[in-house]
Structures are given as C-alpha cells and as structure tokens.
Design a protein. Structure first.
Length: 391
C-alpha cells in the first residue's frame, strides 16, 4: 500500500524559502521510501516568500523595483499581480522592503528603522493599475507603527511646530497632528487587504515593542522608548482619527505596520491564513494523505500563536492525521506544541555549530533529517508487522 505524505512547510528565515524546504524534505523521504507518494504545499504567513508563492500559485507576474530600505539605503524589492482574478490584484510583502534580513546586524536598532519602502511598493502597485492590493505582514526589521509607509503615501505626521516628523519610531514621541488631506487619493478607490498575525497588538505588555523589539536588536532601554513612542502614536490616532488601535487585533503586526495600514490608509486587517489559504491547496489535500510533515526555523511557546506549524497541525487534526515538525531551533516552551496538534518535533541540527554555519547547511541538514524520519517510519512498519505476528 502506497504511503501518502503531505509536506507543508514554512521557509527558514535568512536561509531557504518554503519551496526549497519542501523539495529538501521530499528528497530525503524518497531516499528511504522510493515508492512514497508526496504532495507539496509550501506555505507562507505574510512574511518572506508571500508574494512569490501567491504569484506562482495563480500564474501571475512579478515586478522588481528599487525602494527605500529599512536603514534608509536603496534596496531591490518586488511586488506582483495575481493571475486568474477578475479584479486586478497586486500582492506585496513588507519584508521585501523592510524585512529584518535587510538590516545589517550592526545597524539593528528598531528605534530608527523605517517602513517607508513599503509605502513605495504600494505606490508602485497603484501606478501599475492595481484595483485591489494584498499586503503580507511578517519578518519585519522595523517598529515604526507603519508611520514611514504612510508618509511615503502622502500622510503628514507633524510636531507641535507643524514640521514633518523624520523617519523611525523615535520620531513618534513628537507627534502632535496627523494630516491625511494630501494622502494619495487612489487609496480611496482601492481595496487593501492585509494578511497579519491576529495575535499581535501595538501596545502594552504583549505589544510589539516588548515582545519583538529584542529580536530586532533593541536593548531594554530602547524597548521602553519604543513603548512610550507607540503609546503616544496610538493616542494621537485616537484623537485625530477616532480609531482605537492600542490593543486592536493585528495592530502590532510587523512592528505596528498593521496600525498604519488600517488607521492611516484605510486597509482591512485579516488573520493571515484567511488570505493565504484562498490561493493554496492545503485543505483539499489533507484528507488524501496519511501523514503531514511541516517545518520552520524555530519552534517555541510562540508557535501556537499563529505560526505555520501550528496552523498546519490544527487543520490536520480535523482528520486525526499525525503531524511531524522539522525545525532548526527548539526554543523555550516548545513542548506546548504537543498540545496543539504536533505529535513530534525534532531539530535538524545533528552536531553543535554556529548559526551562520547552520544557515549555510540548512538544505543538507533538512534532507538528511527527513531521510532519518522516513527510516524510522519503516522501522515502525516492521514493528507493527511483528506485533501482529505475535512478536
């Protein structure tokens, strides 16, 4: 009887994308079980790969351009147009213009990084005739509440002297007035839908400054400064636009970009998989397989809060399917995932090594680990036969 396996992984940040991860896992499995039947559904959650994956899934087109990167230097980014749509739909990911991988390690200070380039991507999509825009939030290197994005589209953020603020989170503490009168008028005629992590909020103990700031290079002192700036920003939005964003679901997505997208340019926020799964075949394939293998760079206590392995496991468990997760790092609280549909997780690291070495060897490590998992499946099959034979 043929074994049917669904491979539904995320990409490994700063290493290989979801398509490559799926290919590596498949290659390893086939080494051990040549007659296996494999289905591959590379997944994205709004972060790196969001645009290319949806463009590829729909037979769309990809467009490259230069925009302002998170540290103010020009970077090459991209947006796309989906194929097979009645409404001309552009798709873009904030990570292409303001992702953490674009911030050199010695410049990682989320007080000063900016989402200005994200606004430039949106403008480019408008210039190309977009009637609807999908924005993916994830893998950000910024914490400016989407202020830079809005400034690129004509929103004026002013201090108490009527002077425009500079770029970066640190500037928001000076915000006195929000002027949207010169905002790009095309935004009023275009539907903008945002795929974001619904669990991320702008302010408070669970806000983006405290939860994600340290991952972007923030010291405890910088975290406190960012929290004060974002609290002030949220208060200004409430005063001038009558929108309460402090704890709004998704407001903290990508360093608060969700706030800027919703409050300053009129976008609608959605839990990311409501957007993503419209264009992928995961739910159609799950009932057809015997085992699901997922993967991500890290598994920890945050994984159940909307990360790809937990989402895959939730859907697989609707059909009582076993789920295995292959990961780079096993972090604090990883065992929580055993209560959220993941039956087994294992690190692909087979020996102690530095992070840069692990990143360089990800493809090989994934392939080898997948082969080991497949050989264990064969052992399990032999044990079952022996048990039924009275062993």
């Amino acid at each position: 009887m043929t074994l049917n396996i669904l491979i539904a992984p995320s990409g490994f940040k700063e290493s290989i994308d979801a398509e490559q991860v799926a290919d590596c896992i498949a290659q390893g499995i086939v080494r051990a079980i040549p007659d296996v039947r494999i289905f591959k559904v590379p997944l994205v959650d709004g972060g790196e790969g969001f645009t290319k994956t949806l463009v590829a899934a729909t037979g769309g087109t990809l467009h490259h351009l230069e925009v302002t990167g998170p540290v103010g230097e020009k970077v090459t980014a991209h947006f796309g147009f989906l194929g097979k749509t009645k409404v001309k739909t552009a798709v873009l990911e904030m990570a292409a213009a303001a992702g953490l991988r674009l911030v050199p390690s010695d410049l990682r200070n989320p007080l000063v990084t900016t989402t200005y380039g994200v606004g430039e991507l949106i403008k480019a999509a408008l210039d190309a005739g977009a009637e609807r825009i999908l924005v993916g939030c994830g893998d950000s290197g910024t914490n400016d509440g989407g202020a830079g994005m809005a400034q690129a589209l004509g929103v004026k953020l002013l201090d108490d002297h009527g002077k425009e603020l500079g770029l970066g989170c640190s500037e928001l503490i000076k915000l006195k007035q929000i002027d949207i009168s010169q905002r790009d008028s095309r935004l009023d005629k275009v539907q903008i839908d945002v795929a974001c992590n619904w669990h991320n909020v702008l302010c408070g103990l669970e806000g983006v400054a405290r939860v994600f700031g340290p991952q972007k290079g923030a010291s405890p002192e910088i975290v406190d400064q960012m929290e004060l700036a974002l609290e002030h920003y949220a208060s200004a939005i409430a005063t001038h636009l009558n929108i309460d964003v402090k704890e709004m679901p998704g407001s903290g997505a990508s360093g608060g970009l969700g706030t800027g997208l919703h409050a300053l340019i009129g976008a609608r926020l959605y839990p990311r998989y409501e957007i993503v799964m419209q264009y992928l075949d995961l739910d159609k394939l799950i009932p057809e397989v015997d085992l699901v293998i997922t993967a991500e760079g890290c598994i920890d206590y945050q994984t159940p809060r909307g990360k790809i392995p937990a989402e895959v496991a939730k859907r697989a468990k609707l059909y009582d399917l076993p789920v295995i997760a292959l990961v780079g790092t096993i972090g604090e609280g990883a065992d929580l995932n055993l209560h959220h549909g993941i039956d087994h997780y294992t690190s692909i690291l087979s020996y102690p090594c530095q992070l840069n070495e692990a990143i360089a060897q990800t493809a090989t490590l994934l392939t080898n680990t997948a082969e080991q998992i497949a050989r264990l499946l064969l052992v399990g099959k032999q044990i079952r036969r022996a048990t039924f034979a009275g062993w």
